[in-house]
Design a protein around this ligand. Structure first.
Ligand SMILES: [Zn+2]
Length: 444
């Protein structure tokens, strides 16, 4: 079966036809690291990680390039850094460390590239210069703005007309703008803000241009899939399209995928409600696979009602798998399971099929094919539990990694986690010994 994906651009489920079968290009907007990422930041990461796995399965591992960026400069980062009296660089370093630990705990594959916005300032300046030359953008009071009405397809993704945008007050009115719907490409930095030299004075980029620049540099003018959260459709993705299409004179992305929101205990997750759930806190309380399972019980385009009950339900199911998790002896996949995932990543359906396979496997634990279906299914969903890797293939690198994670946990005074790691290693026959020259290990 062909992979089918719901394309926000056409509002239909379409067969996925890549530009080049030997070079699939996919981009997802990553988090802004002003704070330890919350579960809402991880939903797109988890679901688009599964898409990355499916694309690798269908087109070959070496034929898929996946870029997921990190936003390391924006108002929220600057405000938080000022509040903490540290540099934005330091703040991003701190949050990135936690973010990467979380990704690892959640068994998320590393994307091909993980660029940071500030590493691409010169490309952004190059693009803005070209947009001014082509008269899509203009300079006004130390700002450079994109003149939205000059791009004839503006609003094609969000289905907003310029009139909707202005009357719905979806844009900020400012005296340096020719039109209220114009958006910032470059702005002056205030005294206490980081800045870069540019043809328009010392300043910093607007948010939207960073993704356009990273895509242009790492993937090229037109990509296959661009993904992100529903809240990014307007203005972020609309503006990305305008900038990139006008710069390259080419279409930006053929398939636009958007994941739904997360509601927590029935309420929309927003900072004002004080119910932001930091992933790192959740991971200290719950098995990462239960958290992932909970997220995958809902189709990615639908809103999720995330609750403690859902987590309990998920951990109940996941805990039953433990004794049946084995290294697969071939790469066979159950066809109904795969069909569900190929149907616009229907994870609830795929989990149901996996449960049926699991029920059959429980009745016939010696059935190797069922065991392979079950374990390869878990693997494709990224539900390879932490304990599986440890139990089945603990090599020297794994052990060293765990020792490093334990040292980090100790230096962060997270002694519970440090003890947990020591315990996990012990269960796998590894004894740690803390010495003056560091932690040593040996087999029991
Ligand atoms: Zn973006």
């Amino acid at each position: 079966m062909n992979l089918k994906l719901f394309n926000t651009l056409t509002k239909t489920k379409e067969d996925f036809n890549p530009i080049n079968h030997k070079s699939i290009k996919m981009y997802a907007c990553g988090p802004t690291l002003y704070n330890n990422p919350h579960i809402g930041n991880f939903r797109p990461i988890i679901v688009f990680d599964i898409l990355f796995r499916i694309l690798q399965l269908k087109f070959g591992k070496g034929n898929v390039t996946y870029v997921r960026n990190i936003t390391d400069i924006d108002d929220k980062i600057i405000n938080k850094a000022n509040e903490l009296k540290i540099s934005t660089k330091k703040l991003v370093e701190q949050t990135q460390k936690i973010y990467h630990e979380d990704l690892k705990s959640l068994s998320i594959l590393e994307p091909t590239h993980e660029p940071k916005a500030t590493e691409y300032i010169s490309k952004m300046i190059d693009m803005i210069t070209s947009l001014i030359q082509k008269e899509y953008a203009y300079f006004s009071s130390n700002h450079v703005l994109f003149e939205s009405k000059k791009f004839k397809n503006y609003g094609a993704l969000s289905k907003f007309s310029l009139k909707d945008i202005i009357s719905g007050a979806r844009v900020e009115v400012a005296e340096y703008k020719k039109n209220p719907e114009d958006f910032v490409l470059w702005k002056p930095s205030k005294d206490n803000e980081p800045y870069w030299e540019s043809p328009w004075g010392k300043g910093r980029p607007g948010w939207h241009i960073e993704c356009s620049a990273m895509i242009a540099e790492l993937l090229g003018p037109t990509i296959d899939i661009h993904a992100g959260g529903l809240d990014l459709i307007f203005p972020h993705h609309e503006n990305e399209i305008a900038q990139s299409c006008c710069y390259h004179d080419q279409n930006m992305a053929n398939y636009w995928l958007h994941n739904g929101f997360i509601n927590f205990e029935g309420e929309k997750m927003s900072k004002s409600l004080g119910n932001i759930t930091i992933m790192n806190d959740l991971l200290n309380l719950h098995n990462p696979i239960s958290i992932k399972y909970a997220i995958l019980t809902t189709h990615y385009r639908q809103p999720i009602d995330f609750s403690n009950d859902l987590l309990k339900y998920s951990s109940n199911i996941v805990s039953k798998w433990r004794d049946f998790i084995k290294k697969a002896t071939n790469n066979h996949l159950d066809q109904d399971f795969l069909k569900a995932l190929e149907d616009d990543l229907n994870t609830p359906q795929a989990l149901m099929r996996l449960q049926q396979i699991f029920n059959d496997l429980k009745k016939a634990p010696e059935d190797i094919e069922l065991s392979n279906y079950f374990n390869n299914g878990l693997s494709l969903l990224g539900l390879v539990p932490h304990f599986q890797k440890i139990e089945l293939s603990l090599d020297n690198d794994d052990i060293e990694n765990m020792i490093a994670r334990r040292a980090d946990a100790k230096s962060n005074k997270n002694f519970e986690l440090a003890d947990q790691i020591r315990e996990e290693l012990l269960q796998n026959g590894i004894i740690l010994e803390d010495t003056k020259s560091g932690t040593k290990w040996k087999k029991t």
